[in-house]
Design a protein around this ligand. Sequence first.
Ligand code: 3H9
Length: 691
Amino acid sequence: MSIVDQTREGDVLVLTINNPPVNAFSPGVPEGLHAGLDAAEGDGGIKAVVIIGGGRTFIAGADIKTFDLPREQAPDLRGFIQRLDSFSKPTVAAIHGTALGGGLEVALACNYRVATRDAQMGLPEVKLGVLPGAGGTQRLPRVVGVEKALEMMLSGNPIKATEAKQLGLVDEIVEGDLREGAIAFARAHADARPLPRVSERTVGADPAVFAAAREGIKKTHRGQLSPSLIIDLAEMAATRPFAEGWDAEARLFMQAKDSPQSRGLRHIFFAEREAGKIPGITKDTPTTEIKSAGIIGAGTMGGGIAMNFLSVGIPVTIVETSQEALDRGLSVIRRNYENSAKKGRLSMEDVEKRMGLLTPTLNMEDLADADIIIEAVFENMDVKKDIFTRLDAIAKPGAILATNTSTLDVNEIASVTSRPEQVIGLHFFSPANVMKLLEIVRADKTSDSVLATSMALAKRIGKVGVVVGVCDGFVGNRMIHRYGDEARKLVEEGAKPEDVDAAMNALGLPMGPFQMSDMAGLDVGYLIRQHQAKVRGLPKPDGWLDRIVEMGRKGQKTGAGVYDYDENRRPKPNADIQRLIEDYRTQKGIQSRQIGQDEITGRLVYSLVNEGAQILDEGIAQRAGDIDVIYIYGYGFPAYHGGPMQYADEVGLKNVVADLEKYGQTPAPLLKRLAEEGETFAQYDRERAGA
Ligand code: 3H9
C-alpha cells in the first residue's frame, strides 16, 4: 500500500489516500496525487478520477505539523489544487468521516462531490488561528453563499452531509458502499462538458453582511487576527475575480500562520492531545466500563458533577445528609436542564430522561453497586476521611473511589481505605457541568487501571482530562495562589484594582484576578490565608484585601467586594475602597507609584509561569503543555496565547527571568536553567518525550 494508491476500475481511476490516522495532507500525499493525475492524463482509457480516503476519513486538512517547515519543504497543497481545478477529465471527491480544511478545499476543487450520509465537512482553520489557505475562502462562498460560508469559516464548525447536500456543497449522498457509489457517479458524469468548476462561478452579497460579520467578531473573537482576514477574503470572493482572491488568500494565510496567535492555538491543539498520553499507560492497560456513578454531596459541585454523567446517559445515585439538601440539589439540577431546554439546546423529553437516571438517597449504602463514587463535600480532611472509611466498607470490589478535593492530600484520604490503589482525585472546576477541565490527581498508590479508566471517563463526559500529582492546590490552584499574591502586591505598590483587572482583560481573559475573586467569594482566600499563617505560626495576615473582607464585603454574594455590584452584576469601583487602600499604604509606609499595563501583565503572567516551572520540575505536571491546557480550560486563559507557558516561550525565557528578578521574584531553578541554555518549555517537553 502506498501513500496514494492508484486502482483502475474500468474507465475510472480511483486514487486512495493512505496516510493514517486522519489522511492529513502530509509530505508524499501531493506527490502521490500528482502521480495519479499524470496517470489519468496519459491514459486515453481513463475517463474520470475519484479521490477517496483510506481508513476512517477523507482528508482532515493540511498537516499541521508541517506549518513550521520552510515553504519549499512544506507539502504544496495549493499547487495540487490549482492543477486539480484545471484538470481535463472529471474529478469526484468521495467523502466519508471528516473533510476538513485542506480536505474540503481539495473536494471543492474537484468537479463533483459525493458523500456518505454521516460524513461531515468544514473549514476549521480559524480554530488554529489561520484561514482556509488553499482556495476555501474563495470557493466555499461561491457554492453555499457568502453568509453561510462566513458562518462556517468563522465558527470553524463542520456541517453534516445532509445539510451540505441541501446547500449544493455535495452533489449526491451515497447510501451504500461509498467507493462503488463514487465510481458509478464518476462514470455517469464522464462525458459531461463543460466541466463544472467552482472557480468559474460568481457570487454576490449585500455589503451589510460583511459589516454585520465585522461587528459580530468583536464579541466572538475579540483580539484575534484571522477572523477579520477571513471576512476580508470572503468579501473579495463576492467582489473580485477568482484569481485576485486566490492570490490574496495565499498572502494572508502566511501572515496568519506566522502570527503568535496561530502558534499559540496550534500549540494547544497538540498539547490537548498530548495531555491524554501518560507514560506507562498504553492501549493494553485494562480499564473498567463505568455503567453507574455515585456522588456524595448534592451541593453546587456535586450537582454539577452529576449532570456530566446524566447528560451522557450514565445513571447516578446522589447522597445527601438531609432531605432538604437533597431536594434543593435536585431542583437545581432540574432547573439547569430546563434552562437549557428553554434555550432550545435540549428537548423537555431529554430533561425528563436525564432526571429519570438520577436516584436521590439519604443512605450511603445505596452506593454499593456504583462503578465509581465521587465525594464532593466541603473541604475538611476529617469529614473526607470519615466518608472514605465508610465507602471502603460499602463500595463493591473494583469500584473507583474519587475525591473532588481542590486542595487536600489525596494520599492521606486514600490511606484510610484498605484499597488505596482504587482511590484517585477528580478535580472538577465550577460550574462543573460547564467547565471542560478535569484535573485527574494521581496519588502514590493509584493503579494504572484506575488512572486509565478515569482518563477514558473524562473523554466520555466531554472533559479534557489532565493528570497531575498530589500537592497543595495541584496545578491550577497552586499557580493561581501565586497570581493572587502578585495581584495584591501590585495594588499595594500603587496600581488600582481596576487597572490590574483591565490589564488581564486586555490580554483576553474574561476576568481579572479581583473580578474572579469577587465572584468566587473573597472569604475563601481570606480563610486560606488566615489558616496558613496560623499553621506557620505567623502573625494574623493584615493585607488591604483582608481588611475589605473584615468589612463584610465578601464579593458578589454579598453585593460588594473589591467592587460594588449593580443588579446586573457589573463591577463598579468604590471610592471608600480606594481610600482604604491609600490609608493602608500610608500606614505601612509604602510610597505609591504609577504602574503601567505592561508591568501588570508581565508580573501576573510570569508569577504563573514561575510557579508552573517549579511544578514541572517537581513532576506534579508531566509537561509544560499540560499546564497550558489546564489554564485554558480551567481558568479562561485565551487559547490564542497558547497558555502561560507558551506565552513565556513567545516572550523568551531570558526576558521572563530578567523581569522576575527586576520585580523581586526569585525565578524557579528550572526556569533559570532553561533561560540560561536558551531553551523553551516546548523544547523541554519535546526532549523529555524523547522526540
Ligand atoms: C488547513 O487545512 C490549512 C489549509 O486551509 C491551507 C494550507 C495551505 N495535521 O484529534 P484526534 C493528528 S489547517 C496533523 O485525536 P479524533 C492528531 O494530532 C488544518 N495531525 O482524533 C492526533 O495525533 P496523535 C485544518 C493531525 O478522531 C491524531 O491525528 N484541519 C491533524 O478525535 C488523531 O487526532 C483541522 O484543523 C492534522 N490536520 O478527531 C482538523 N489532524 O494520535 C484538525 C489530526 O499523535 N483535526 N491530527 O495524538 C481534527 O479536528 C481532529 O483531529 C479530527 C479527528 C476531527 C480530524
